[in-house]
Design a protein around this ligand. Structure first.
Ligand code: FRU
Length: 444
């Protein structure tokens, strides 16, 4: 997804012979405050087992929560401390949506955020669009997060492209708006009295790549998926997001710390194009009460020479530890590495650095090998329940790249566009395990 100019990028890349600096940014010698790179060595340890492979989903049996809309990335309304909010007996979820007669592959270009409400945290009813028509920034809106404090909704989202643009662009910025939450007899919950929509974060070209840099030979660009987090240890507030490591391909090369130990490096080849893979998980600290101003900080994790997209990063805390989760696709791993469409995780005693992959490799949940695209966009809730959406299922020997070449009917028949069966994991120290499958759409 969101790939541009890939052939040209590779040519440009092959011609680029000068190398300048590495983007790895060590902050402190002891490692606690250090941006870590998810290494090729760690990824080489990925192995699908019963503990990390989700049960096969029979896509045809999953009931859609809306027949009118495809829904994909979904997040619950939380309280400021990250717990799931209950408003007058209702839980609320927010989803990226597009009319269900739109080809699944086209949905990202017209995404709109809608909300659903439920009394039991499982059967969801459509509430409507979140924003009043025309008020949201961007030509469309992508994933985000939402929290309620004292009756007020604080909503963070990705504003993609610009309103009214002639040609669709992939510019991505992070935005915020607030509203009053009102309880109505008819719809249960509604959002009114909206504030202005503010752009709160843009890539600054120091730690995070700007779109202009990304277009100088890279394969894709990301600055999206703002996720609000209040640190229980300090009460300080942050936004996590998906980014790319700074710089252009001409300024980067694969460094030993991207690859792994000396022993591993001795027998491991790194194909040239690997340096085009520069996914990162960013963080910024809030500096005002309105949560509209931020100090951008060095990334928590980078996947230089390893992976292109570390999507929808989010945090769960347990004991004294921070558990950082992210989603990625099998076709986003760099040449010479591989991993499934899955949920990956890292753990640290410090919020701002020193993250080590869970289960040695980072893999927490993978789709089963015989249905490798069945679900995506996993989010771990505070109690270890994992929610996701039903993606492309039963593709036979086709890959995700073949889907767009199939008939319309085939594409609709193999796309879920609704909430997938939830999962439950256990988390102990640096190990996780899938312990249970739940019904589709269970947020509890
Ligand atoms: C993951 C994702 C998000 C983005 C959205 C766009 O499924 O790529 O990173 O916000 O989809 O549709």
């Amino acid at each position: 997804m969101f790939t541009y100019k890939s052939k040209k990028a590779l040519t440009t890349f092959a011609l680029a012979t000068t190398l300048i600096t590495s983007v790895f940014v060590p902050l402190q010698a002891d490692g606690a405050e250090t941006t870590v790179n998810w290494t090729r060595e760690q990824v080489s340890k990925i192995e699908q087992t019963a503990d990390n492979t989700a049960p096969y989903i029979n896509g045809e049996e999953v009931e859609k929560i809306s027949s009118d809309y495809h829904i994909w990335d979904t997040w619950p309304l939380r309280n400021r401390d990250g717990s799931i909010a209950v408003i007058n007996g209702y839980k609320v979820i927010f989803s990226l949506t597009a009319p269900s007669d739109v080809l699944p592959g086209k949905r990202h270009d017209i995404a709109e955020i809608r909300y659903f409400v439920s009394k039991n945290g499982k059967d969801w009813e459509l509430g409507g669009t979140v924003f009043p028509e025309g008020e949201a920034l961007g030509s469309r809106q992508w994933a985000g997060s939402a929290m309620v404090d004292d009756g007020k909704l604080h909503f963070f989202y990705t504003t993609t492209g610009r309103k009214g643009e002639d040609h669709i662009t992939y510019e991505q910025r992070l935005a915020k708006a607030s509203a009053d939450i009102e309880i109505t007899k008819k719809d249960g919950i509604s959002f009114n009295n909206w504030s202005n929509h503010d752009v709160i974060l843009e890539p600054e070209g120091k730690y995070y790549q700007t779109m202009e840099e990304g277009m100088q030979g890279d394969i894709a660009y990301a600055f999206r998926d703002p996720w609000f987090f209040e640190d229980p240890k300090t009460g300080e507030e942050y936004i996590l997001f998906e980014g790319n490591s700074n710089g252009t391909p001409a300024e980067r090369q694969c460094e030993p710390e991207h690859i792994g130990s000396e022993e591993f490096r001795a027998n491991h080849e790194v194909p040239e194009n690997s340096k085009l893979f520069n996914g990162s998980i960013g963080i910024a600290k809030s500096t005002n009460e309105d949560l509209t101003e931020y100090e951008i900080m060095p990334p928590l994790v980078e996947a230089n020479c390893v992976n292109q997209e570390l999507e929808r990063p989010h945090m769960v805390t347990k004991g004294n530890k921070y558990y950082l989760f992210t989603d990625t696709h099998l076709n986003k791993f760099a040449p010479g590495t591989s991993g499934p469409d899955g949920l990956f995780g890292f753990v640290s005693d410090s919020l701002v650095g020193g993250y080590q992959p869970l289960n040695d490799s980072g893999l927490v949940v993978a789709n089963p090998k015989d249905n490798p695209y069945q679900a995506y966009s996993w989010t771990v809730l505070p109690n270890g329940t994992i929610v996701s959406f039903l993606n492309f299922f039963d593709l036979g020997d086709k890959t995700i790249d073949d889907i767009g070449h199939q008939s319309r009917e085939w594409q609709f028949d193999h796309f879920g566009g609704t909430l997938a069966p939830s999962l439950k994991i256990s988390i102990h120290q640096d190990k996780t395990k899938i312990v249970k499958e739940k019904d589709p759409g269970v947020f509890k």
